[in-house]
Design a protein around this ligand. Sequence first.
Ligand code: HEM
Length: 184
Amino acid sequence: MTLNAYDFLQKMQDRIYFTETDKSLLKFHADWGKEIAPEVAEQFYAYLGSDPEMNAILNHTPDRIHRLRETFVQWFYEMFTGMDDWGNAYAERRWRIGLVHVRIGIGPQHVVPAMATVIRDIDKRLKANDKPAELQEALSRICMIDLAFIEQAYIEVSSAAVLQETGWTERLFKRLIAAGASSV
Ligand code: HEM
């Protein structure tokens, strides 16, 4: 895969205006993040479970949902800590999460509404706990960065698969997409 996860993270931070102030705020509230993570996970999987298609994916194997709860709680907490101050480890972790979803066939139509649900849930909890508006903005930004990773993984993996299978050059592939898009 050609994508450099760390460079991608840097680019997303710049484009989404995720600042040093956001990072400090998140770290300051990391204990609160850890505390609410299991409840957010509960809400999240209740939401996914209410959709027949996503519910079928979740319950594909009996142990999946259990494992997912744990990995979600970890993911949520990492948004507050930044792991290695939003460095290489954070970027690689987010890239891997993206790849896992692509392999299972979970696309934008699943992931975007799911992330919107997380953000809505966070907003409710921030208000109920009298947390500052700045924290809500910081969390929304980091959620958008994490979402960008999953979406980008989808594009990167799909394109790489087509290039590998057909032997086309990237240039030809882009030209075909542009031509295809104009005829849709
Ligand atoms: C806000 C969006 C989402 C986040 C933050 C998220 C988070 C995660 C994380 C952290 C993992 C573990 C990755 C690993 O093993 O390294 C994972 C795996 C997975 N996610 Fe998501 N997820 C999201 C959306 C979804 C959606 C919409 C579905 C659809 C049902 C889904 C289903 C799964 C499944 C089936 C796995 C693999 C579980 C396994 O068998 O190990 N996720 N997710």
